[in-house]
Design a binder for this molecule. Structure first.
Ligand SMILES: [Zn+2]
Length: 172
């Protein structure tokens, strides 16, 4: 029956058939949202611990290979940003220091330290949610990243911003 249905759609509604094809496109963006949601989960763990809520996951072949959330207070370590922890964890998982063919999803734009570490890792893609107008790397320099690294911003931006606002509202 399905083929018959599709046949009629094709025959009588060629424009609708085209639309059906177009509808398939956002699936690519959907997976970015899926992984950003996982990064948001990590941010929530940070929030639960009283840390500035930033979370990250690293994905290789559509699989999460590392997770991290900000632990600067817990570890008394200014370098314990979610990205740094996730980079270390991903390298351990892969048994190599380079993260070529990997994407990092992070809820907040990486700082200069993390952008530098991501450059050393030669990561393929950086996807971040909210911009960081104060400490984001793009304010200071775009050139810090590896030339082959692609950057996508604004995935679940509102959700990523909201969790940070929640934290700072409580602090005030
Ligand atoms: Zn950082």
């Amino acid at each position: 029956m399905l083929w018959l249905f599709l046949y009629f759609i094709k025959k009588f509604y060629p424009s609708l058939h085209k639309k059906i094809n177009i509808i398939k496109l956002p699936e690519i963006a959907m997976s970015d949202e899926y992984f950003m949601n996982q990064a948001l989960k990590e941010a929530q763990y940070a929030l639960d611990k009283g840390e500035i809520p930033v979370g990250a996951v690293i994905v290789c072949n559509d699989r999460i290979i590392a997770r991290g959330h900000n632990l600067t207070e817990t570890l008394n370590d200014v370098t314990a940003h979610s990205e740094i922890l996730a980079i270390t964890s991903a390298a351990n998982f892969l048994g190599g220091k380079y993260l070529t063919n990997c994407t990092i999803y992070v809820t907040l734009e990486p700082c200069v330290m993390c952008a530098g570490a991501l450059a050393w890792s030669q990561i393929t893609r950086i996807v971040f949610g909210a911009k960081d107008p104060k400490s984001g790397f793009s304010n200071l320099t775009q050139n810090i990243l590896h030339p082959k690294t692609a950057v996508v911003s604004g995935i679940l931006e509102d959700e990523c911003k909201m969790i940070l606002q929640e934290f700072f509202k409580e602090k005030r």
